[in-house]
Design a protein around this ligand. Structure first.
Ligand SMILES: [Fe+2]
Length: 389
């Protein structure tokens, strides 16, 4: 077993209603001035948190200007707001966009370097402020990971900062917050979480410790995503999705994702397709491409999804991919890139952009060349035509 280094939030609070514990615990930890960073659509949850913070005498302001995938400009405005009030505590509340922005604000609050200077791995310095994440989707996994991804407007590419110093000090995972999440967001973010687990399990850097998280996440999400999509008030399903998303997030730091994410990023960068939906659109096409390179791993994933077993590992693996395909269909998500107005003529541009995401392509169980990537995008545009075992 290879050596593995995991950075996880030291304080993890999980369960229905647990957000109520956030304000008193922050006050006890000595917080004085907090900024809550969130998207406009979650501001009512954030306002309730602000009220609780004021009750315990933590001055708190709201910065609720995240709309869609976050950009460097969003980050700079959020950072300025946090510096303006002399924040000692940064709280990210929402989906991955709000959480990633909050993590970077915390990471650079006392650091004069511009964000573009710290893109990459291991570039940040230890921080003095407190960072709290409260996910309202299930999800991104950002609430427990050392990763943050933003859109660089200069070249429309997704850029990452990866550092143990942006792992939150505390994370509150309250399934009740997901109850009002719209059906499409539940579906897209749930498939993102499933993708985290699948890509961590079938990964060149897979590790036995993380395998257990990944399989637990696949089982939970495979069994409950449809229920959560069909009935947002199904709290058992919301609980399961919150846990599945958490397990997926715990896979991100130590192992991370692979070619599904690498090929999904350009859809967000070039065409502003949301992160979860981008992954959902690419998932089965990349798995079709990958499965012959690691049939046993994909057969295990299929079993965790409740698909198969078949006579040979490749057929079992294929049954798992079919289950994923069914799941995206059942959840009502678009099946083809053309449905989002993306032109087929953009394939060369998508390929060029995807091939720059080496940090993830290098994790993939099968090498992805430019020709391969173009063929995968072609499949994502056109009707599925299953090859036989
Ligand atoms: Fe993701």
């Amino acid at each position: 077993m290879r050596a593995l280094s995991c950075h996880q939030p030291p304080h993890l609070v999980v369960g229905r209603g647990c957000l109520a514990e956030c304000a008193p615990q922050l006050a006890e930890a000595g917080a004085r001035r907090a900024v809550v960073i969130c998207g406009a659509t979650r501001s009512s949850v954030a306002e309730a948190l602000l009220d609780r913070l004021r009750v315990v005498e933590v001055a708190a302001v709201l910065w609720a200007e995240i709309a869609g995938e976050p950009t460097i400009d969003d980050f700079e405005r959020a950072l300025a707001a946090a510096r303006d009030v002399g924040a000692d505590t940064i709280i990210g509340l929402g989906g991955g966009s709000a959480l990633d922005t909050a993590k970077l604000v915390a990471g650079l609050l006392d650091d004069p370097r511009p964000l573009r200077k710290v893109f990459g791995t291991g570039t940040l310095r230890p921080r003095r402020n407190r960072l709290v994440c409260v996910p309202t989707t299930a999800g991104t996994g950002s609430e427990v990971s050392p990763n943050a991804i933003l859109l660089d407007e200069r070249d429309q590419s997704k850029r990452a900062v990866i550092s143990p110093w942006i792992v939150p000090d505390a994370t509150y995972i309250d399934p009740l917050l997901a109850r009002t999440m719209p059906r499409a967001i539940t579906a897209a973010t749930g498939l993102d979480a499933l993708t985290h687990c699948i890509e961590a399990f079938a990964n060149r850097r897979a590790h036995p410790l993380i395998d257990e998280y990944a399989l637990a996440g696949i089982r939970l999400i495979g069994a409950h995503l449809r229920r959560a999509v069909d009935n947002g008030d199904d709290l058992e399903a919301r609980d399961a999705m919150a846990l599945g998303s958490l397990y997926g997030g715990l896979c991100l730091g130590p192992v991370n994702t692979a070619a599904v994410h690498a090929l999904a990023y350009p859809l967000g960068g070039l065409f502003r397709v949301g992160h979860g939906l981008s992954n959902a659109l690419m998932l089965t096409h990349v798995l079709d491409f990958n499965l012959a390179a690691a049939p046993e791993r994909y057969a295990t994933i299929a079993a965790a999804l409740g698909a198969g077993p078949r006579l040979c590992a490749v057929d079992s693996a294929r049954a798992g991919v079919e289950r994923c395909r069914e799941l995206t269909r059942e959840c009502g998500l678009p099946q083809r890139l053309g449905e989002l107005g993306i032109p087929r003529t953009s394939i060369p541009q998508l390929v060029d952009s995807a091939l720059t995401v080496r940090r993830l392509l290098d994790n993939n169980p099968r090498e992805v060349t430019a020709v391969d990537a173009a063929a995968i995008y072609e499949r994502a545009f056109g009707p599925y035509d299953s090859a036989r075992c």
